[in-house]
Every structure is written in structure tokens, then in C-alpha cells.
Design a protein around this ligand. Structure first.
Ligand SMILES: [Zn+2]
Length: 248
């Protein structure tokens, strides 16, 4: 397993050893994201999801099998990861994130892959990421979404444009498709989840990443990048004025 891990500089590796990474949503996006993070050298993972494994999940949530039906996803995924990455420390939280619970769910963590199918959660995580973390540490979040055969991701740091610079506000619920309604293609969502984790790892490593302050859209025709400029009237503008330290 260790042969798949990237080469980290010593300072970056030490910083990563102290970094708790949360995977918010342990479904089609979160499963490949968690697997990629574990292979990428993350030592502490927090898995957050309110649901149990259902039969309809199995085609795209490849960590789960028939024997996991009815089991909380965080428990099944933790078991699957720990059998493959010995020494990985995993915290499990059975919860759906709301505005009232987000800070508590993410307490002690500095980095998040947001992979739920809840649009509001993506904005909550964005607003969390643009605020300073514990002891002034920089927070990082990669916000991912997938539907049908398409997906997108956006990595937020306090230094650049954020998710609200692009989308401003969550759309009304009646305008939001879900995997349950619109369907999702397993390999497509898996690719987006893994890509989201790779983007987060790159930023934690102090490397430039194409999804940082940009919307990466993946569809059957390829990958499309839309750079986003910081909006002067966005809440992230105030955070940028205070400055932010590079994580590693
Ligand atoms: Zn912004």
C-alpha cells in the first residue's frame, strides 16, 4: 500500500501527520475520496454520514457489499479502509451536517472533502473553509458534486476565490437534482471523488492545483476548467484581508 503514496517533502509530511481530514458524505464521492486520501498519506480521517448502506448504493460505492446492508456507512467504510491501510486512525460520526452542527462535526479538523448530495452543506463547508482554523491554521476544503455522467469540484482556501464567489447562494431545493432523482453513473462519480481528494492533497502539500479557486467540470468529453476571480463583495474578501498562513 505504501508504494502508492506520493513523495512528500519532510515538512509537508510532518504537517500531514498532524492534519485531520474529514470526508463529509460517505457515498459515491466519499468512498473514493477516503480511499485516495488514505493512500495519499493521510493518517487521521474523520468519516461523516447519516445513512446506512442500501442495495441501490452498491453499484457505485465500491467499498460496500451485500454483507454491509443496513450497516452505517461510516462503520462499513472504516472497516474496509482499516483492512487495507493498517495504522490509519479513523473517527466515525453518524450525522447529517447542518448550520448548527457543522463546527462541532469538524472540530479539530483542518481539511474537508465535501461529497454529500446536499447543496446547502457545500456552502456551509465553504464558509467554514474561509475562516481561520485552530491556532490560526489555514483551512482547506474541496467541494465535489456529481450527477448523471458529469461532475465538478472546487477547492477553497482562504487565499483565493471561494465557492460563493461563483455561485453566491444555494439554489432553491426544487431546482436541485439528486442522485436518487436524476441518477448517477458509478465510474463518473468515482472519478470525481478521487480527483477531489487528489486536489485537497496537492494543496495540503503546498502545490498548485487546477481546482484551487476554479471550477473543474468533468464530463464524457473531458475536463473543463473555469478560473474564478475573488468577488470583492463576497464574505471571503474579509478573510483574505486578514491573511492566511500556508498550511504546510
Ligand atoms: Zn468568495
Amino acid at each position: 500500500m505504501t508504494s502508492a503514496a506520493p513523495v512528500w517533502s519532510e515538512p509537508a509530511r510532518r504537517a500531514l501527520d498532524q492534519t485531520c481530514v474529514t470526508v463529509l458524505g460517505c457515498g459515491g464521492l466519499g468512498v473514493p475520496a477516503a480511499w485516495t486520501l488514505a493512500l495519499g498519506g493521510v493518517k487521521r480521517l474523520r468519516l461523516v454520514d447519516p445513512d446506512v448502506v442500501e442495495l441501490a448504493n452498491l453499484h457505485r460505492q465500491v467499498a460496500f457489499g451485500q454483507g454491509d446492508l443496513g450497516v452505517p456507512k461510516v462503520d462499513a467504510l472504516a472497516r474496509w479502509l482499516q483492512s487495507r491501510v493498517p495504522g490509519l486512525v479513523i473517527e466515525r460520526v453518524v450525522a447529517r451536517v447542518t448550520a448548527d452542527t457543522l463546527d462541532e462535526v469538524l472540530r479539530g479538523c483542518d481539511a474537508v472533502v465535501e461529497g454529500t448530495d446536499d447543496t446547502l452543506s457545500k456552502f456551509l463547508v465553504n464558509d467554514w473553509a474561509i475562516r481561520p482554523g485552530r491556532d490560526g491554521r489555514t483551512r482547506v476544503a474541496t467541494i465535489a458534486a456529481a450527477i448523471q455522467r458529469k461532475g465538478q469540484l472546487f477547492t477553497v482556501t482562504p487565499h483565493g476565490a471561494c465557492y460563493r464567489c461563483l455561485f453566491e447562494e444555494p439554489p432553491p431545493p426544487e431546482c436541485v437534482g439528486t442522485c436518487a432523482i436524476a441518477g448517477v453513473m458509478g465510474p463518473a462519480v468515482g472519478q470525481v471523488g478521487a480527483w477531489a481528494a487528489r486536489s485537497l492533497l496537492a494543496v495540503l502539500q503546498g502545490q498548485a492545483d487546477p481546482a484551487e479557486s476554479a471550477l473543474l467540470r468533468l464530463d464524457p468529453r473531458g475536463v473543463h476548467r473555469t478560473a474564478v476571480s475573488p468577488a470583492g463583495d463576497c464574505p471571503c474578501a474579509a478573510s483574505r484581508l486578514t491573511g492566511g498562513r500556508v498550511h504546510a
